[in-house]
Design a binder for this molecule. Structure first.
Ligand SMILES: C[S@@+](CC[C@H](N)C(=O)[O-])C[C@H]1O[C@@H](n2cnc3c(N)ncnc32)[C@H](O)[C@@H]1O
Length: 375
């Protein structure tokens, strides 16, 4: 589901009271197909917009377990639903959803799981949380500020190559190397401690720019994803979902994000893409694919990347992961799925899943992209 919904503008001093407007509420409920008496998991309670709608659909029956790693979300859950008997809040990372289901004795009995990824509007709008370059605050960005490293701490110690990789992989920031170098130079003189300081530093680095977004947008997104381990959490949470369903049940896991969006596709390039999709070879053999297309290897690589928006090897991984997800729906074991989809083993499959989202962060960032329905 979508990460950030456009929030109402805060009046001065009231940002902490802002409500999160649930994104794609109708679609989420339709996807979950809530049935009375069912057991549901909301892995990202936030301010309870989706949870409230699920509870309404349950009409006092069944059970909703909600998770969030943010203590403020827990406080909100307590305030709103302390007296609601068919609701329970768990201050947990949704990466642990499988373990939690086992602890609660509901493994195999869960009817639906919702993950609405990213940060909530109140997190984003509260300057003290350090997610926003628009409101100056301490450079934190942790969804759970009680654990782990803040963005300021990480930026104070990471190597410039590590910072550049994060900016590129999770933000597709074309200026990643220059920004990383500037961060390292600056911190030798002054600690980078606030969001406004980091935003101004990034804006001062010359390089390619989009006029549509603030120059710091991509870097802030990337650092947030890194600091919160968002890809790893999604990987475990989404794959754990397969473990919490009833054996006789089905799992529908839909990657609904922006897939590589083909534009004007040359028929020869399409032939190669279809071959990769249908055959799922272990790896890309550029020479034989070039022969299939009737193009030189160089020309094929260039045209493919231009028209599909990513290299052939990444496209192949994407197709393998799509196939893997469809097999998860059929209830096969991860080991079998890995073998069927051309992965070395199940850990190769899970690492690739994570790596893939690092390659195409646009699938993760600020866009609807994952919905898991158990039914
Ligand atoms: C987009 S908001 C969810 C909004 C919520 N659906 C609503 O209607 O209010 C995302 C929430 O997920 C939480 N979150 C993000 N990653 C998480 C994780 N791995 N485990 C638990 N909660 C997480 C964040 O703290 C945030 O509160």
């Amino acid at each position: 589901m979508a990460c950030l919904s456009p929030a109402p503008q805060p009046a001065r001093g009231t940002s902490r009271m802002l409500m999160h407007r649930p994104v794609m509420l109708t679609e989420a409920l339709a996807g979950l197909a809530v049935r009375r008496g069912g057991t549901y998991l909301d892995g990202t309670f936030g301010r309870g917009g989706h949870s409230g709608a699920i509870l309404e659909a349950l009409g006092g029956s069944g059970m909703l377990h909600a998770l969030d790693r943010d203590p403020e979300a827990g406080a909100e859950a307590w305030k709103r639903y302390a007296a609601t008997p068919n609701f329970r809040f768990h201050a947990r990372n949704f990466a642990e959803v499988g373990a939690l289901a086992a602890e609660l004795g509901i493994a195999g009995k869960v009817d639906g799981l919702l993950l609405d990824l990213g940060v909530s509007s109140p997190q984003f709008d509260d300057a003290a949380r350090g997610f926003s370059f628009a409101n100056d605050g301490p450079l934190d960005m942790r969804m759970d500020p009680r654990t782990g490293e803040s963005a300021a701490q990480w930026l104070a110690r990471a190597k410039d190559t590590e910072i550049a990789d994060v900016l590129w992989q999770y933000g597709e920031e074309r200026n990643s190397r220059r920004i990383a170098r500037r961060i390292v130079e600056t911190r030798a003189e002054t600690p980078i401690a606030t969001t406004a300081q980091l935003a101004a530093l990034i804006a001062s680095v010359p390089g390619p720019r989009s006029h549509k977004i603030h120059p710091a947008t991509r870097s802030f997104q990337a650092i947030r994803i890194h600091i919160n381990g968002e890809l790893a959490a999604l990987l475990h949470g989404a794959l754990d979902a397969a473990q919490v369903r009833a054996l006789s049940d089905r799992i529908l896991a839909t990657l609904t994000g922006r897939p590589p969006a083909p534009k004007r596709i040359d028929a020869r390039v399409r032939r190669v893409a279809e071959h990769l999709r249908d055959e799922l070879p272990i790896e890309v053999h550029t020479e034989s694919l070039a022969a299939l297309a009737g193009l030189s290897a160089m020309r094929l690589m260039h045209l493919f990347a231009e028209q599909y928006g990513l290299p052939m090897s990444s496209y192949l991984l994407w197709q393998k992961l799509r196939r893997a997800v469809s097999l998860v729906q059929g209830g096969q074991s991860l080991t079998d799925i890995a073998q069927a989809c051309g992965f070395a083993d199940s850990s190769h499959l899970t690492r690739t899943f994570q790596g893939f989202y690092a390659i195409k962060p646009s699938l993760l960032a600020d866009s609807s992209y994952v919905q898991v329905r158990l039914c």
